[in-house]
Design a protein around this ligand. Structure first.
Ligand SMILES: [Mg+2]
Length: 397
């Protein structure tokens, strides 16, 4: 039965073994990518994307080093991976298992209560489940197949929509937080020129997969484009037409074009000067985003990400303990109880646990001003744990 299981934070499970998009662990005993890229076997300190082999190399290094922090003489011999997306997490698992030379088992959860419960094993020991509670069955199957589940086991848990905001159950809450972060960023930058309906229309259209070649499915790029449309730099139907006809092919092309329009040194005609005046808010953000984009920063829109943090953390622990479970799942970022129980069970057996997130620092940590007001990183912020208890099944394993 779906229930509230008290208040907790990810820190209970993972401590500070939390690794974000920039591959800089919270646990300061572990050096990050910027300092250790050579030791990781990488060619440069550039931040690799999740699907790239360099990301797996860095992850192997983190897993090995994290184990050595408390058990220096214990090698990692196998991998468990828990995530929510068959493609991204499944492939991250395959790459990591291959790069580490580890046998492994991967669980991909996405709740779908309208269908009968199913746990399907695919290629390479990747199992797809439509109930998070099937974690217990998955673990039993791994054990039956010879998994040791001990000090030599590393357990990597995806953070977003897995450890928190379970996919199929609670994930829309972090999506809503991001969209609200975009709205607040736009409102703050554009002032009187802010038009919520225009931002929403642009976001609803351009978030669709058909535009991924243009947006690279990158939330920062999407946010910048929506802001540009909202500010009146370009009309949405015109942009859509340009993308569909192949005239506008990539975000890099878009922002380079925007730079030409927004750069006041090039706005010599009176008409263009007018445009520049209306676009002052966009210009301010462009001066931050454009150089970072050119420098290859995958999350260049820092102001947007800081608002995303704010809107996300406001959804942690925001309801009273006696709120109905349905309301908690609808309005609050909840810790996934099935993942929590499974992870803590593995931890008691001595397994190494760490969690990884695609979010950049700005979306995960408070700014120094907010930290001074008592705001905490997301993994240390308390919220409700909600889910179907699997403790009884785990006790029988
Ligand atoms: Mg995820």
């Amino acid at each position: 039965m779906m229930q509230y299981h008290g208040t907790t934070s990810l820190h209970e499970i993972f401590g500070d073994l939390v690794i974000l998009r920039n591959l800089q662990p919270f646990d300061r005993r572990l050096p990050g990518l910027a300092d250790a890229w050579q030791a990781m076997g990488l060619d440069s300190p550039a931040i690799p994307r999740k699907h790239e082999p360099e990301y797996a190399k860095a992850s192997v290094w983190f897993v090995t080093q994290a184990r050595a922090l408390d058990l220096p003489a214990t090698p990692v011999r196998e991998l468990l991976f828990i995530g929510d997306t068959a493609m991204a997490d499944g492939n991250a698992f395959r790459n990591l298992a291959r790069a580490g030379g580890w046998p492994g088992w991967c669980f991909i959860g996405a709740e779908k209560l309208s269908a009968p419960a199913s746990l399907v094993a695919e290629a390479d020991n990747v199992s797809l489940a439509n109930r998070w509670a099937l974690l217990a069955d998955w673990l039993a199957a791994a054990k039956g197949a010879g998994a040791r589940l001990d000090e030599q086991t590393a357990v990597v848990v995806d953070m977003d929509k897995t450890a928190i905001a379970a996919r199929g159950r609670n994930a829309h809450v972090i999506d809503n937080a991001r969209v609200e972060g975009l709205h607040r960023t736009a409102a703050g930058l554009l002032g009187d020129a802010f038009d919520l309906a225009r931002v929403q229309a642009a976001h609803n259209e351009l978030k669709e997969p058909v535009y991924h070649p243009f947006t690279a499915d990158n939330q920062d790029y999407l946010a910048y484009i929506c802001l540009a449309v909202s500010a009146g730099l370009i009309d949405l139907p015109v942009l859509v037409e340009q993308v569909k006809t192949g005239q506008m092919r990539s975000f890099e092309q878009f922002i380079a074009w925007a730079d030409g329009v927004l750069d006041p040194r090039r706005s010599t005609s009176p008409e263009q000067s007018n445009v520049s005046h209306d676009l002052a808010g966009l210009q301010a953000i462009h001066r931050e985003v454009y150089p970072l984009t050119l420098a290859g920063d995958p999350t260049p829109f820092k102001a947007f990400r800081r608002q995303e943090y704010r809107c996300t953390v406001e959804r942690f622990g925001c309801l009273p303990e006696d709120a109905p479970v349905e309301q908690m799942l609808a309005e609050q970022v909840c810790v996934t109880q099935e993942v929590r129980e499974t992870a803590l069970w593995l931890k008691r057996r001595g397994c190494l646990l760490l969690t990884m997130s695609d979010k950049p620092d700005e979306a995960t940590l408070p700014s120094s001003a907010l930290a001074a007001q008592g705001y905490l990183p997301l993994h240390r912020t308390a919220s409700a744990a909600v889910g179907v208890s699997v403790a009884g099944q785990l006790a029988d394993l």
